[in-house]
Design a protein around this ligand. Structure first.
Ligand code: ADP
Ligand code: MG
Length: 267
């Protein structure tokens, strides 16, 4: 049964989508069958994998509300082993329409149930909010990754997020774990970046991934080519850092990676 991991932080611009796309592509490159679910109406994961959100008619939202079969919406990406459940702008109205539904927090879990067995990993790219769709994502997930940008106010909002996680654990999904806090957009030259790393590690200790994602131009420009960075430039620091994150997650989940040789290992 595939492990479902939400990428969540209600703060915008912290690297959720970049992490979702590039971690999904890295897991797929390591030959783990991976599905990326775009649960953000901004549909950046959808366009980042080369699909035009304007041509998408149905998304995870229609699966949740109208009972459309998720399997029928899945798109094959250019990368073997990587599929996408796309998003479109209409997801914006979803939260309002869902308010009156029974078991409204459980809809995404039910929608993903029939396709779960087809994958090793399902990653959910959440929107920058703690609204009903994100609550659904966290209820459907086994764990979550929290990207934190190495910038001013990095810790801002994290308390609220952790509180929400506690509520979800006690009321909706007792199994939900924190896979890890991921430091993103790290700039070696900036003292601030280093201060943030120290501060986050001091607060959250072993919850923080060893892998730190550097600020890297290939990561920010690859969505404009509609591909993950690993396709755009496999040798870039950004690509290698997400491969390392994939490997760290595999190890954490008890999967033997000793036979998986990664680029960058030989350096
Ligand atoms: P979120 O999904 O949390 O809103 P994004 O992943 O879209 O955040 O990232 C916000 C912006 O920062 C985007 O323009 C993205 O290309 C850029 N970005 C994210 N991570 C990196 C990185 N490691 N290096 C350079 N640019 C990055
Ligand atoms: Mg995003």
């Amino acid at each position: 049964m595939g492990k479902i991991i939400a990428i969540a932080n209600q703060k915008g611009g912290v690297g959720k989508t970049t992490t979702a796309i590039n971690l999904a592509a890295s897991l797929a490159a390591l030959e783990f069958k991976t599905l990326l679910v775009d649960a953000d109406p901004q549909a950046n994961s959808t366009s980042g994998l080369g699909f035009n959100p304007k041509t998408i008619e149905n998304s995870i939202y229609e699966c949740m509300v109208d009972g459309i079969d998720a399997q029928s919406l899945i798109l094959k990406s250019d990368i073997t082993y990587l599929d996408l459940l796309p998003s479109h702008i209409d997801l914006v109205g979803a939260e309002v329409e869902m308010i009156n539904l029974e078991n409204r927090e459980d809809k995404m879990k039910q929608a993903l149930k029939p396709i779960r067995d087809n994958y090793d990993f399902i990653l959910i790219d959440c929107s920058p909010s703690l609204g009903l769709i994100t609550i659904n994502a966290l209820t459907a997930s086994d764990s979550l990754i929290v990207p934190v940008q190495c910038e001013y106010f990095a810790l801002e909002g994290l308390g609220k997020l952790l509180n929400t996680i506690k509520i979800i654990q006690s009321r909706l999904n007792p199994e939900l774990e924190i896979e890890g806090i991921l430091l993103t957009m790290y700039d070696l030259r900036l003292r601030l970046s280093n201060q943030v790393v120290e501060e986050v590690k001091m607060h959250f200790m072993s919850m923080v991934f060893d892998t730190i994602i550097p600020r890297n131009i290939r990561l920010s420009e690859s969505p404009s080519f509609g591909v993950p960075a690993i396709v755009h430039d496999a040798e870039s620091k950004g690509s290698i850092s997400y491969l390392n994150l994939a490997r760290e997650i595999l190890v954490k989940n008890g999967i033997d990676v000793s036979k998986i040789q990664l680029k960058g290992d030989e350096r």
